[in-house]
Design a protein around this ligand. Sequence first.
Ligand SMILES: *[C@@H]1O[C@H](CO)[C@@H](O)[C@H](O)[C@H]1NC(C)=O
Ligand SMILES: *[C@@H]1O[C@H](CO)[C@@H](O)[C@H](O)[C@H]1NC(C)=O
Ligand SMILES: *[C@@H]1O[C@H](CO)[C@@H](O)[C@H](O)[C@H]1NC(C)=O
Ligand SMILES: *[C@@H]1O[C@H](CO)[C@@H](O)[C@H](O)[C@H]1NC(C)=O
Ligand SMILES: *[C@@H]1O[C@H](CO)[C@@H](O)[C@H](O)[C@H]1NC(C)=O
Ligand SMILES: *[C@@H]1O[C@H](CO)[C@@H](O)[C@H](O)[C@H]1NC(C)=O
Ligand SMILES: *[C@@H]1O[C@H](CO)[C@@H](O)[C@H](O)[C@H]1NC(C)=O
Length: 783
Amino acid sequence: MESKYTFQKYPFQKTSKKNTLLFFSSFHKYHIKKTHVFTLLLVHLLVCTLPFGVLSQTWDGIIVTESNLQALQAFKQELIDPNGFLKSWNDSGYGACSGGWEGIKCAQGQVIVIQLPWRGLGGQLSTKIGQFQALRKLSLHDNAIGGLIPKELGILPNLRGIQLYNNKFTGLIPPTLGSCTLLQNIDFSNNSLVGQIPDSFENCTMLFNVNLSLNALSDSIPVSLTNSNSLMFLSLQYNNFSGLVPDSWGGEGNGGKSKVKSLTFDHNFFSGSIPVSLSKLTDLEEISFSHNKLNGEIPSEIGKLEKLKSLDLSYNAINGSIPVDFSKLTSLTSLNLAHNSLNGQIPSFLGDELKLASLNVSYNNLSGSVPSQLSSKFDSSAFVGNLDLCGYSPSTKCPKLSLHKSRNAKEILLFVGCGLLAVSLFICCIILCCLLKKRDTRVKKTDTEGGDVGPTKGDPDEAAAVGAGDGGGKLVHFEGGMEFTADDLLCATAEILGKSTYGTVYKASLVEGKQVAVKRLRERIAKNPKEFQSEVSSLGKIRHENLLPMRAYYLGPKGEKLLVFDYMPNGSLASFLHARGPNTPVNWPTRMRITKGMTRGLLNLHTHQNIIHGNLTSNNVLLDDDLNPKIADFGLSRLMTAAANSNVISTAGALGYRAPELSKLKKANTKTDIYSLGVIMLELLTGKSPGEAEDGVDLPQWVASIVKEEWTNEVFDLELMKDVSLIGDELLNTLKLALHCVDPSPSARPEAQLVLQQLEEIRPETPTSSGDDGAGSVPSREE
Ligand SMILES: *[C@@H]1O[C@H](CO)[C@@H](O)[C@H](O)[C@H]1NC(C)=O
Ligand SMILES: *[C@@H]1O[C@H](CO)[C@@H](O)[C@H](O)[C@H]1NC(C)=O
Ligand SMILES: *[C@@H]1O[C@H](CO)[C@@H](O)[C@H](O)[C@H]1NC(C)=O
Ligand SMILES: *[C@@H]1O[C@H](CO)[C@@H](O)[C@H](O)[C@H]1NC(C)=O
Ligand SMILES: *[C@@H]1O[C@H](CO)[C@@H](O)[C@H](O)[C@H]1NC(C)=O
Ligand SMILES: *[C@@H]1O[C@H](CO)[C@@H](O)[C@H](O)[C@H]1NC(C)=O
Ligand SMILES: *[C@@H]1O[C@H](CO)[C@@H](O)[C@H](O)[C@H]1NC(C)=O
């Protein structure tokens, strides 16, 4: 009796259209995918309840009319019924209209409903179907019925619903259907229909649902259909439609207002641009145009669709930017623009103002930063494939706040750098000779040990020695480097390069314009001459491509000590990194090469030379012509007294490279060196000098605080962010490694070997570049 109640509540017969829609819209509060169900229900109500509600079931009504009986018999005959569902349709015709026949409903002896879904029926539909003049509903979906859809359906004046989906119908959609003026619902989806949508549908002024999906229909959409005032759902997905989507939507001229709620055109071959007239479909809730060949820009007028909930334009060739007017799409919950050629930025209102539950802009040409509300809400797969897009995953963070900070810092540095340059340009025409009381003359074959070790350059086992010192002075050469005499050295013009705890470094220009770096050790900090010479001789043998080689030493008659090294024209890493002009960027591969080189040098010191550096800073990493790093100042502590060494440690600390435990420990070890290495890595990553630390926060602490607040990309040098999409993971992984190295707990820090191994993993070496593993392949002649 439910049907009676329904009938009384919704008296369709009187004002059927109005009430149909009223009923419809209240029902439609459910999800759009429920369409199918409610469509069936609606048709059921319209078609089935009325007769039984209105008509009393008289005996007359139960006896089927002759023409209908014939048609039913033909109908049964042409179908194949492997499961015997139609057994009840016996020849007598008895019971056909009294509920005895499966799937048949009648009114006044006429069939009004044929409903036989999921019966496994095959065969085809009889053309005698035209005799069911009272037929309202034909539902045969989910069978295996083939053949043509009979054109005789078009002469059924009462036909309201046809559900033939999931069958094997072939051929054309009969244009005669246009004569069924009461037709409301057509679902022919998932058959093998070809040809085009007939123009005649324009005469079906009650038609609200047309589902032709999953066929092989072609051509475009008839303009007449776009003018319909009744159409709500048009499903054309998975067909062979092509050409332009007509730009005549909105029912102009027909009077009344368009009711279109859903246009599903995906997986076709539609081309051209998205029609602007779609914006007239003010009730539109869903647009699915994905997997077509649409191009051009998204019309900004789409922003007028206040009720639009889902917009899928993915897999097309749409260009231009995301229209600003999308900010007005206040109902939008799902937006898919993936695989197009959209450019410009992702506007911040997506998420902000909109209530998006689903978003995909992957594989476009979008740039700039993803608004944080979006990146926190959606998976990175929603943003990938846009080369210049950043800020949607840890490896694609964008530069933001650091922009100003970093520029200011650079300006300051530039200023400081210029000042330093002015100082160093003041060439101290110090004649080193003047530092010595007596001018030495060239004397060969003298050695403190008294041996007559001549200038045996090239001897693989013993350093060549050239003594110079009729006043007791002595010059000892080590392997490699240029030849010069004590006179050459002592009479060279020199320029101060820098000062350190151990002494002052000069650039000395020897005769013929050759240059060496000379370190003059401070007085009274070195060990006694005998110990000194023994230590310095072993230091002079150390050879590694990432360790600055000592070429000679000079011991003056009054205990003056000069150490001679290769001169590095590119200066220290500190000045290279922090005192350069604004337009001389240092790219990531260079920074990485420097990092690896330093690590190799340190590894060699730790594992092959048994040397703790103790004072590793970016000032002590020098760069050769090819920007290969060479660690300097190593092993010097061996030449010094214990008192001098503790002094160096505290100085190193002041520069921000000192491991925290050194405040108590006072003795450097491999882990304190790794800490210093980590600080230099951070310098390379951030472009900041540890000396820059603000408010007593050192570089490691500063980086750690930013990383902790998940602003990871803020730490990186702005210059590096240009290539962030290519090297994002490398930056992040190197940052992680650097932070590992500066771990406050020494035991947590990796050894140099592991640091190098991880660096190689982060950025594998190209086959042509140096493959040295730091194991001392360059002669290092160990004792
Ligand atoms: C149209 O038909 C397809 C395939 O049968 C189905 O998945 C879809 O839900 C239908 N759409 C509507 C609006 O009825
Ligand atoms: C025809 O079918 C009806 C209903 O199933 C049944 O009552 C009747 O006996 C059948 N008549 C014959 C001749 O099979
Ligand atoms: C289409 O119909 C076939 C049977 O003819 C069925 O197996 C298939 O699942 C249907 N496809 C869809 C999408 O409903
Ligand atoms: C629509 O109906 C009118 C009048 O019945 C008829 O003249 C016209 O040809 C029909 N249109 C189509 C496209 O069948
Ligand atoms: C669909 O169209 C393509 C060309 O656009 C054609 O190759 C294909 O055969 C068509 N498919 C059917 C089933 O008609
Ligand atoms: C992407 O945009 C850049 C400029 O922003 C342009 O040079 C390039 O051609 C575009 N690529 C594509 C595939 O549209
Ligand atoms: C976005 O679309 C791409 C391409 O279709 C897909 O691979 C990815 O999983 C989608 N991501 C999300 C979050 O929907």
